[in-house]
Write a protein that binds this ligand. Structure first.
Ligand code: F6P
Length: 457
C-alpha cells in the first residue's frame, strides 16, 4: 500500500485532527502517503476532488496539530447515495484519479453508511469519532435486540429491549469515542458554573446537553454533581420529576437538572423535537428539550414551594433553562481524547495495510490491561435490517428511581475520566487564552492556511 486517503465526515469533534495526526504518523513509519479529502464525502462527488497531501516526504505538514479542535480537512454531512449511479461514477472517477489504495473515513454511524458503497471500490476502514459516544455496542450481538419501527413511524421510534440486566465493562465494543471526554469536560464545567446562579438566586437550572438519542454526555455531567439527570433512555415521568424537584428545592432552595437533548415522555415522544427537522444523514435536529422540561415543571410545581425564597422578588420565574450547545463540540481536545484518537488513527492505517476492508477501529477496556485498540467488522454493528443504531446508555448504568448514575455507571466513567485531563490542558489556559498577542493579532484560520496546499484533479 503506497497511498491512502483520509476524510472527516459528520459533525465536528475536538479530536479529529488528533486522529488524522495518528494516522499520518503511522503512515510515515510505513512509508505510505496520506491524502486528505476536503469536506468529507463531498470531495469525492466533486469532479475536481479537492485534496491535500498531509505527509510530503513522509513527514506531517505543520498545520496538522493534534491539539487543535475540529478538522483541518473540513467536514460535511454530505453522504453518497448507494443507489445513485451518477454519484457512484463520480466517486469512482475521483478515487481512481487520486490513485488511492485505501481510504480511512473518520466519523460515526452516518459515516459508516457513507463508507459502505465505497468498500466495493477500494478497501475502506473507519476511525470512530463522536461526542455522543453512541458508536459501539454494550456487548456483541446487541443489534439483534432491536425491533424495527412501525411502518411510517420515524426510525427513532424503533424499540430496543436489552437482553441483559447488567453488563461487564470488558464486553463493551468501543468503550468510548474520541470527542466524548472533551464534551463532558466542557459540560461539567458549565453545569458547575450554572449551579452558582441557581444557588445564589434560589433558582432551578435546567441544562440541556447534546447526545441525540443517547444519554452518555448527560451521564458524564454527573462529575458536576447535578441533583438530577434525565437521559433519553429513561422516559420522563412528570409526577416523579415534580416530587424529586420539590423535595430537593425544599431542602436546599436550588436545583440543577441535566437533560439529554433526546429525552422522551412515556409515549416515546421526544420532548425536544416538537416540530422535527432532519439533517442529511436522517438524524433528528433537537431544538428544546430543556425548555420542554422547564415548561413541564412550571405547570406542575406548587407556587407554595417558592413562597419563602421568592417573596420580595420581582415577578420572574424561579426556573431557567440553558443549552450547552456547540461549545461542547469545540476547542482543544483533552488528553484522553488526544491519546485515544491518535491511537485509533494509527490503528486505522494498520487495518488497511494488513488487508482489512469495511472494518472499524475500536477502543477496548479491561481492568487488567487498561485501554487498547482493536477492531470489529462494520457489519457487526448492524441490526437485522442493516441499520446502525445509536448505542444507548445500558439500563444498569443508571438508577431510574434516583434519576442519577448507578454504581456500575460510576465504574464505567472512572477509567475514562480519572486521568483524562493533562497538565498542559490546564496550563494552556494560562499560557494561550490570555496571551497579549490575542489582543493585537487577528484570528488565523486553519481553513486559510490549508487552502494554500489544496490540489485539484
Ligand atoms: O452528533 C453530534 C451532535 O453534536 C449531536 O449531539 C447533536 O444533536 C448534533 O450533532 C447537532 O448537529 P448540528 O451541528 O448539525 O446542529
Amino acid at each position: 500500500m503506497k497511498r491512502i486517503g483520509i476524510l472527516t465526515a459528520g459533525g465536528d469533534t475536538p479530536a479529529l485532527n488528533a486522529t488524522i495526526y495518528g494516522a499520518a504518523q503511522r503512515a510515515n513509519a510505513l512509508k505510505v502517503e496520506v491524502v486528505g479529502l476536503i469536506r468529507g464525502y463531498a470531495a469525492l462527488l466533486n469532479p475536481q476532488t479537492p485534496h491535500v497531501l498531509l505527509n510530503p516526504l513522509y513527514s506531517a505538514i505543520p498545520e496538522l496539530d493534534p491539539c487543535k479542535g475540529g478538522t483541518l480537512l473540513g467536514s460535511s454531512r454530505t453522504y453518497i447515495e448507494p443507489e445513485c449511479a451518477e454519484s457512484r461514477d463520480a466517486v469512482t472517477r475521483s478515487l481512481k484519479g487520486l490513485q488511492l489504495d485505501g481510504l480511512i473515513c473518520i466519523g460515526g454511524d452516518g459515516t459508516i453508511n457513507g463508507m459502505q458503497p465505497l468498500t466495493e471500490i477500494l478497501p475502506c476502514v473507519l476511525a470512530p469519532k463522536t461526542i455522543d459516544n453512541d458508536l459501539g455496542l454494550n456487548y456483541l450481538g446487541e443489534p439483534e435486540e432491536w425491533s424495527a419501527a412501525a411502518p411510517n413511524a420515524p426510525d427513532s421510534a424503533a424499540v430496543h429491549r436489552s437482553g441483559r440486566q447488567t453488563i461487564r465493562l470488558e464486553d463493551m465494543v468501543n468503550y468510548a469515542t474520541p470527542g466524548y471526554a472533551t464534551a463532558v469536560f466542557v459540560v461539567a464545567q458549565m453545569v458547575e458554573r450554572l449551579r452558582t446562579t441557581a444557588e445564589s438566586h434560589h433558582r432551578i437550572a435546567v441544562v440541556e446537553v447534546m447526545g441525540r438519542q443517547s444519554g452518555y454526555i448527560a451521564l458524564g455531567a454527573a462529575y458536576a454533581q447535578p441533583d438530577l439527570i434525565l437521559i433519553p433512555e429513561v422516559p420522563v415521568n412528570s409526577e416523579q420529576l415534580t416530587q424529586q424537584v420539590s423535595r430537593i428545592y425544599d431542602r436546599q432552595q436550588n436545583v440543577v437538572i441535566v437533560v439529554g437533548e433526546g429525552v422522551r415522555d412515556a409515549q416515546g415522544n421526544e420532548l425536544g423535537a416538537t416540530s422535527p427537522s432532519f439533517d442529511p444523514a436522517g438524524n433528528i435536529r433537537y431544538s428544546g428539550a430543556a425548555d420542554a422540561v422547564t415548561q413541564m415543571l412550571k405547570q406542575s410545581l406548587s407556587p407554595e414551594l417558592f413562597a419563602e425564597t421568592r417573596r420580595f422578588e420581582p415577578d420572574s420565574s424561579p426556573l431557567f433553562s440553558r443549552k450547552v450547545g456547540h461549545t461542547q463540540r469545540g476547542g482543544r481536545p483533552i488528553l484522553f481524547d488526544r491519546y485515544t484518537a491518535t491511537q485509533l488513527g494509527g490503528k486505522a492505517v494498520d487495518l488497511l495495510t494488513t488487508g482489512s476492508n469495511n472494518e472499524v477501529a475500536t477502543l477496548q477496556y479491561s481492568e487488567a490491561t487498561g485501554f487498547e485498540v482493536s477492531s470489529i467488522a462494520a457489519n457487526k454493528l448492524r441490526d437485522r435490517n442493516g441499520e446502525i443504531r445509536p448505542r444507548e446508555v445500558h439500563p444498569s448504568f443508571f438508577d431510574a428511581d434516583r434519576l442519577h448514575l448507578s454504581q456500575l455507571g460510576i465504574q464505567y466513567l472512572r477509567p475514562i475520566f480519572s486521568r483524562s485531563v493533562g497538565a498542559d490542558d490546564v496550563e494552556y489556559i494560562r499560557r494561550e487564552v490570555f496571551d497579549d498577542g490575542c489582543l493585537t493579532s487577528s484570528y488565523q484560520s486553519i481553513t486559510t492556511d490549508i487552502r494554500k496546499r489544496i490540489r485539484r484533479l
